[in-house]
Design a binder for this molecule. Structure first.
Ligand code: FES
Length: 110
């Protein structure tokens, strides 16, 4: 998973009610060791901060699965749904649950 952390995502000035460091720590803790969580510089969809991208497993990618982008990941509910979906297999393996589907955003350039 890629977690955007730059000018807007992870910025306490933009979303002061969110403990962004704690969010990142939680994701790393609950997804390890099966899934790696890395941070990125701005992914060019700042209006959707906090942005996260879930990448397919190599096997799923070989079957044509693509990364899925999520925006406005600002609540425990969305974060928990995201984690559950990643544990279920993520892109190309598990359907995105309907509630989580509301947080899916198009990848830039699509
Ligand atoms: S800082 Fe995350 S999209 Fe710009």
């Amino acid at each position: 998973m890629t977690v955007c952390r730059d000018c807007c995502c992870g910025n306490a000035l933009k979303h002061p009610a969110i403990d962004h460091d704690a969010q990142l720590d939680r994701l790393r803790e609950v997804l390890a060791p099966a899934h790696r969580v890395r941070t990125s510089q701005c992914l060019d969809v700042c209006a959707e901060a906090n942005v996260m991208v879930v990448h397919p497993t190599p096997a799923a990618r070989r079957q044509g699965a693509a990364p899925v982008w999520f925006g406005l990941v600002l609540s425990d509910a969305v974060e928990n749904d995201l984690v559950t979906w990643v544990h279920a297999g993520g892109p190309g393996v598990a359907e995105v649950p309907p509630m989580l589907e509301l947080s899916v955003i198009p990848a830039p350039g699509r």
